[in-house]
Ligand binder design. Structure first.
Ligand SMILES: [Zn+2]
Ligand SMILES: [Zn+2]
Length: 285
């Protein structure tokens, strides 16, 4: 089973200083090249080399097909009653981002056996591996991906916490929004709980479509070690990652961008709406 986790030492998040790039490193794609990693960044800790489009086409073992075409969202715990609007917005977003039907399943209780009280620094946490196993046991046959979501804090192995964890070969992932309500000094204004939730979901479901972390551009498929690093990546797929998804799913790039533009406008992400509107006018990736 292959695992791809996000989030590592919570202490890193507390000590990192947000750095703004002085000069735009964008090429004509409109995307900024990923600068060399700083101590504490995901790529500083994990020496990943990236995945080309050709490698992706060779490695990808999960494509949207007639038989497998639905993204399922599986809420764990109270989320369905405490955050029904967030879940519905997420469902609509995933259907547009991945051009797949998206369905929210009835909620499941958080498994008692996954609970670890006051595991680190007094935080109650749940073992993400055990939540993944719950999903594996009940994956619908027509699922191209199943995304578990909870507002409980998650951990994996020795990691202090994880934002998300995916079992790629099983087409299941689980994500926590627990830390996305946190704020810090200098936080970008649009980094709301809603936007962070959409980003973790498109990133982690990207993994379920066998996309590895992006090392070339600032892209939603960048790995991240902290909330600050997560906030620094955009909600969009860079041209390379977009090519991968386009090959996998076979959507109309311009139509998809226009639907995303309207959606971002509707939920108040004006800058993101303007960005995808511009991308829709560019020649193919
Ligand atoms: Zn990841
Ligand atoms: Zn990318």
């Amino acid at each position: 089973m292959a695992f791809l986790g996000q989030g590592l030492e919570a202490t890193i998040a507390a000590t990192l200083v947000l750095a703004c790039s002085a000069a735009c490193m964008c090429d004509d794609s409109g995307f900024e090249k990923l600068p060399p990693p700083k101590p504490g960044d995901w790529l500083y800790v994990h020496k990943e080399r990236g995945q080309t489009v050709a490698q992706y086409r060779e490695q990808c073992a999960n494509r949207k097909t007639k038989q497998r075409s639905v993204i399922y969202i599986q809420p764990f715990g109270d989320m369905a009653s405490t955050r029904p609007e967030l879940l519905e917005t997420l469902r609509e977003y995933l259907s547009l981002f991945f051009d797949c039907r998206a369905v929210t399943l009835d909620p499941l209780p958080l498994p008692k056996e996954a609970f670890h009280p006051k595991r680190r620094w007094g935080w109650d946490q749940y073992d993400a591996d055990l939540l993944l196993r719950k999903l594996e046991d009940r994956t619908p046959r027509d699922a191209v991906a199943v995304a578990g979501i909870t507002d409980a804090d998650l951990f994996h192995g020795d990691m202090n916490f994880v934002f998300g964890l995916a079992a790629m070969t099983m087409r299941v992932g689980v994500y926590s929004i627990n830390r996305y309500a946190h704020t810090y000094r200098g936080q970008p204004k649009d980094c709301t709980l809603l936007k962070r939730t959409l980003k973790v979901a498109n990133h982690e479901i990207g993994h379920l479509f066998f996309m590895e972390h992006c090392t070339r551009y600032k892209c939603t498929m960048n790995g991240s070690n902290s909330l600050i690093e997560s906030d620094s990546r955009p909600i969009h797929l860079c041209p390379i990652c977009l090519k991968k998804l386009e090959w996998n799913i076979g959507f109309d790039r311009v139509k998809r961008y226009k639907k995303l533009r309207d959606f971002y406008r509707k939920i108040g992400l004006k800058d993101d709406a303007a960005f995808v509107a511009k991308q829709a006018e560019r020649p193919g990736p």
